[in-house]
Design a protein around this ligand. Sequence first.
Ligand code: GLN
Ligand code: ZN
Length: 767
Amino acid sequence: MVTASNLGFPRIGAHRELKKAVEAYWKGGMSEGELMQMSKDLRKTHWQMQKDAGIEVIPSNDFSFYDQVLDTIAMVGAVPERYNHKGGNINLETYFAMARGRQSGGVDVVAMEMTKWFDTNYHYIVPEFTKNTTFTLSSSKAVDEFKEAKEQGITTRPVVLGPLTFLTLGKLRDEEADWKTLLTGLIPVYAELLKQLEAAGAESIQIDEPCLVLDICEGTKEGFKHAYAELSKASGLKIMLATYFGDLRDNLKLACELDIDGLHVDLVRAPEQLDDVLAALPAGKALSLGVIDGRNIWRANLQEASDTVKRAVAERGADDILVGPSCSLLHSPVDLDNEPKLDDELKSWLAFAKQKLHEIKLIADAGAGNKDSAAFEENRKALEARASSDRIHNAWVKERMGSISDGMKNRKSPYETRAKVQKPILGLPLLPTTTIGSFPQTQEVRQARARFKKGELTREQYDEFLEKETTNCIRIQEEIGLDVLVHGEFERNDMVEYFGEKLSGFAFSANGWVQSYGSRCVKPPIIFGDVSRPEPMTVRWAEFAQSQTELSMKGMLTGPVTILQWSFVRNDQPESETCQQIALAIRDEVVDLEKAGIRIIQIDEAALREGLPLRKSDWQTYLNWAVDSFRIAASGVEDTTQIHTHMCYSEFNDIIEGVARMDADVISIETSRSAMELLDAFVSFKYPNEIGPGVYDIHSPRVPKQSEMEVLLEKALEVLKPEQIWVNPDCGLKTRGWAEVRPALEAMVAAAKALRERLPDDIRASA
Ligand code: GLN
Ligand code: ZN
């Protein structure tokens, strides 16, 4: 028989129950006992749901109060010294202190670092290692949850993050620490865990090693061999090694040589690796086929998937084949049945985590020759209807896509020429000051939006409110003395959702939440069809704002790559094409803003770096189309219009050529936390256009001193020409309060003025 299996289920609950409970616990509104009980209920529901769907291999220990990497840190006792853990099992207080920091009871510790999990929008807590790091089994969570499911009558396959990926994702905090010693210390802890699970009645374990789809070094490869030789001896548990998010490529041979009982491969991201895997995996080892997309929301093609399974069965026999999702379903929303807002047609194209379980079962059964023909027929019809639906296909968009010329990807003249014509029109001083776009989204602003959505405010009343906020924001910026103003983005809920709601081809779920980090969940828009712009999206507000001031108003847009990255994207055409469609829509908006008299337009690409493929050899292809999309969006205007872009991160060294190729007249970046170090990339590359290195950190409520910002600007002036430099904060100000924003910007403007005074006379005269 082919086995229906799962690698992990979303832990948040169909109604984000876990988020609400954990946050209530943090605020003191729920006791630890209550939190434990509710999480137990949630796990029970999820296990039962999987059992009811016919899943035979059901995971446990996929639950987490915050993050599975943090759980692994707790499991192996790798608590950094600052949390003062005295040994023994790690309690909830220490666990959450590592996740969020703690500032109470005389303790003041910062949180551990957090970063993105591979190329997903999930964030994990980064393990920290020093030469003093030792490992001991310090959490009974995996064993407890196994027993909990067993009491429910379900013998689960526990999941743990593997030792090599755990180390790969971590950071060495001092030079004396070394990977080999760490791994040596880690293996006995995993061995002990395996023994305890076996004693509790487990038969197999899923060990996740997604680092096998990355470029890994020889040392890591050796580490793999050593670790799995030891772990296979440690207990009688069958080890299913799970890889996902890409193909094994040069690591396939290694994976197949390891002392493991089975290998899981991602055939959604990398269907082409199946033949190589079938050839390389020794007979007798189980092969788990990840044929259901764990990261997107589209219904699977059952026929295609079961054909894949049949191919594997023909070669290896049904008993050694498992069918599952490509990766944990953690990255899918929970339940499509919970979607009153989506229409039936669209819903018939979608599958969330719960629906994916049924798909897995149907495919496993069909792979074993037991096909549910009615279900397959219904699936075929739904996919056919989707493929030919006129809601997806827009002939006008397709025609336009066909007519994208090189000319559309280029500004009329090179930067030097544009800068010359822009200068007299804009009349800006040296070191011009500006902000990144948003101003405080106060309680009042959010309340007005909520009331408008509920129908308690009419369109007119809401617009009137927004006009008042915008005007007020402009007056304040004038009083502060900023050179280039923004309208404040009060009409926007979110920088992607706002545009998605105005573009055709997008849909929005009511409950399609996925975990982003800890208790934070996001609800990505769904891009289901050809993207077009029925009417201008931002012109009304930009025009209104410009009418309120003599100064230059900067129009504010989200770029195509960022809109793509932060959405669930259609899977029936390459992402590069969907991105180009969005780019064309943004291009039209840019041109309309120019027509409306807006002379400076910013196109935010906060997510450009996030989209980088996991393997370096794939980067260039991505950067080519991503940067081209930006250029399509930005190049419809005259030389006289100044295009800005903004990226809020600080690693540019390895993508600087791509960033330069975007050819924005001005780019604003995050620098203040890394004390201008990141400017290095721009300097060594001789970045030709203008740069606004963020001079203060908007992520903290702290008001920066004028002198601090002067020091940062001095540093920037050491390496860049004065004509190249803009003065701005790190990112948008929407999460801050006016009480901090105003003094901070006043100090920023004062810093810029002070530095202008200090510039040599000849430079000042030429400005
Ligand atoms: N213009 C956006 C803002 O200011 C940019 C946000 C971002 O880069 N994340 O809010
Ligand atoms: Zn930003």
